[in-house]
Design a protein around this ligand. Structure first.
Ligand SMILES: [Zn+2]
Length: 266
């Protein structure tokens, strides 16, 4: 808690007051006994000025001055009461909400465009048909991959029968089919978090890369169906995923290499 006394408080509050009002050049408060009185207010007494004065009066009303004590400034963001740059910096983040999947998105090896795509997914900013429909824009009637449900990003990436078959085969290629999304799964991010946490630290980076890769392939396959009239094909998507995985591995995705190293005959 900040505890301030006497002239330091007055100077501070008055300078704040002055900065916030252009109608007054200078104002002073003088202390009489245990209370305060206004003196020497220069400039026009506008409604704004009166509001400022009343607010200041209100703030000061609970302050009991102790003339024999020195001013003391206590920095409330540190337990010691002493200011430090570290405590000030940490104070910026008080009340901030944590973006849970940031580490999986930004610390995983994947091309920047794919990580940015995942960031869009996490914020539900992909132009799936539900989002297009909300804005009155032309959109596919149903999911372009299964034509059974309305398309949302969670449907497209984990709920769709097409997506679930795709994930099962993709993960089975590295012996991790147990991580595949179940029919009851309704959130891609929740599934990703569980799948990632269910793996050992040794393969977690590779699994995270593979999941980003799979989501990217599903999104691009969906776009080819919507914009190029391509027919949905799990086998076709898996072929592209395999090519992409080899390219990522060649480009330096070590976690993915580690998964691939366990592949029989890969
Ligand atoms: Zn679908």
């Amino acid at each position: 808690m900040v505890r301030v006394y006497q002239s330091w408080l007055l100077d501070f509050l008055l300078s704040s007051l002055r900065d916030g009002s252009s109608s007054i050049q200078s104002r002073k408060l003088s202390i009489t006994g245990h209370g305060y009185s206004l003196r020497d207010i220069q400039g026009a007494i506008t409604v704004g000025v009166m509001v400022d004065v009343l607010q200041l009066w209100d703030i000061l009303s609970d302050v009991v001055l102790q003339p024999e004590r020195e001013d003391k400034h206590i920095w409330r963001f540190s337990s010691s009461g002493q200011y430090s740059a570290k405590a000030a910096y940490e104070g910026f983040f008080l009340g901030a909400t944590l973006f849970a999947p940031w580490e999986r998105i930004w610390k995983t090896w994947a091309p920047p465009k794919c990580r940015f795509f995942m960031w869009l997914v996490a914020h539900n900013k992909c132009w799936t048909s539900d989002r297009l429909a909300r804005r009155g824009l032309p959109c596919p009637d149903g999911c372009p991959l299964c034509d059974q449900e309305q398309e949302t990003i969670n449907h497209l990436l984990v709920q769709c029968v097409f997506a679930r078959e795709f994930w099962f085969i993709l993960l089975r290629q590295v012996g991790l089919q147990a991580l595949s999304p179940q029919p009851t799964e309704n959130s891609f991010l929740d599934w990703w978090e569980r799948a990632s946490n269910a793996t050992s630290s040794l393969v977690r980076q590779g699994v995270n890369s593979l999941i980003i890769l799979g989501a990217w392939i599903l999104w691009n396959h969906r776009n080819r169906c919507v914009f190029d009239g391509a027919a949905p094909s799990v086998a076709g998507a898996l072929v592209v995923a395999g090519e992409e995985r080899r390219l990522w591995t060649t480009a330096g995705a070590r976690g993915l290499s580690l998964l691939s190293a366990h592949l029989p005959g890969d």
